[in-house]
Ligand binder design. Sequence first.
Ligand SMILES: [Zn+2]
Length: 285
Amino acid sequence: MPELPEVETITQELNRKIKGKIIRSVEVKVPKQINLPILEFSRRTIGKKINSVSRRAKLIIIDLEGPDFLLIHLKLTGQLIYETASDRTGRQNFPAKVGPMPGKFTHIIFNFTDGSRLYFNDIRKFGYIKLIKDEEMIKVGNEFGPEPLSKDFDLPKFKEILARYPNRKIKQILMDQAMIAGIGNIYADESCFYAKILPTRIVKTLTDEEVKNLYYGIRKILLASIEKGGTSADTYVRTDGSDGGFVPFLKVYGREGEKCSGCPGKVNKIKLNGRGTHFCLFCQK
Ligand SMILES: [Zn+2]
């Protein structure tokens, strides 16, 4: 599932590519992936200019001219692919993972007045595109904890968050969107490895040093991944269909059975609250 670095990559790319463009038409092939009847959804988006594209937690927020916002959640397998008119006439091929657009899993298409397009692909169909008004937008922002790369998220703030649930497992807190926004399975496991703590550790047993290492690990790893365009371990791709470059830098996620990068041991995988959890029993305590 795309997490903060992947959604941030897409957001930055879309902000460069579609900001200022005007929506000419919308095609909705899977109506359950939008929140309104198709007619109303179309009526409120067609003719509207894109003011900006931003991110909150794992949500992509497209600010349209007027009071409406498009709120996009990619969930497990959502992709957003952008194509210019000349890409299409030049028969530019997207990487094999994406194939020709629109594809079998393209469920929503935004056509812009300059002939370019934004495709929403989603194999599992859990993702959504919601059209909401500005007053609902404020509520959406309040559902999440602080952005881990923002100034609000300093070490005292992290300690305060951890102190709320001293008996929970650390991974559970890291992934709880109401506590900290945008961290999922990949970056929770990687941050725990960085801090040399097991994802199953009970929060109140963490030493000050471990909490500090975890805090800096979270920020360092998220930034490093954004720098590489995110982690394409599953179906995540950038807006041109290419893979993010962070997979070679993962230490434990998706590496079960492989030799640990920090010791001669092997990376383990267990299920924790239904999620695959990766760690090294020797490097992490
Ligand atoms: Zn190890």
